[in-house]
Design a protein around this ligand. Structure first.
Ligand code: FE2
Length: 191
């Protein structure tokens, strides 16, 4: 886990929009006990491709694959939100925050997983967010703009309450995220 956190922080380091989040990065000596838990989407973790990009995301993918079974994989939504098919292909694990193994009330950091062919409909939240795709080719939408393909290693910044949506292609998507401001454990507002 220490190694994963170190690699995640290093992956975000060249991202200008992540600087304010990294300033609040907690000391990793403090730990919260977490209960490992898996989800259907975790079946895709071994399939994640370690691609090279502008930042060193390949090492993050490899380390994530190594420790994935020890992590707590969770979902914010229920079947009533985006349907049962979405829940079979969606999940996240928090590394830092109000629930993850490293406590912080200032930032949250973790990874989002989407199985191939999953559409994550438009939603918004008070927290400001930076996403960093580390595996898979996904399309992202901000506001009512067009969906654009975002390659691995290209950060996406969502200011507070900016609506956003994403959809995975024919590969599973893994994207690191950072949150700050607002309720760090809030469920997003579905639009
Ligand atoms: Fe978000």
């Amino acid at each position: 886990m220490d190694r994963l956190l170190e690699l995640v922080k290093r992956a975000f380091a060249p991202v200008p929009e992540a600087a304010a989040f990294l300033a609040d990065w907690p000391a990793v000596t403090e730990r919260r006990e977490i209960v490992a838990g898996t989800l259907p989407v975790c079946d895709w973790i071994p399939e994640l491709q370690a691609e090279t990009g502008p930042v060193d995301t390949a090492v993050v993918v490899a380390q994530l694959q190594q420790v994935a079974a020890d992590l707590s994989w969770r979902q914010t939504y229920g079947a009533g939100d985006f349907g049962a098919a979405f829940l079979r292909g969606y999940g996240w694990s928090e590394f830092i925050g109000l629930r993850g193994p490293v406590p912080s009330a200032r930032i949250a950091c973790g990874v989002l997983l989407l199985a191939p062919g999953i559409s994550y409909p438009s939603h918004a939240h008070a927290a400001e967010e930076v996403y960093l795709p580390i595996s898979g080719v996904a399309e992202w939408q901000m506001g009512v703009g067009a969906f654009v393909q975002v390659p691995v290693g290209q950060a996406i910044h969502h200011p507070s309450w900016t609506p956003h949506a994403m959809r995975s292609g024919d590969q599973p998507l893994a994207a690191l995220y950072l949150w700050r401001g607002g309720d760090l454990a809030a469920k997003s507002v579905i639009l």
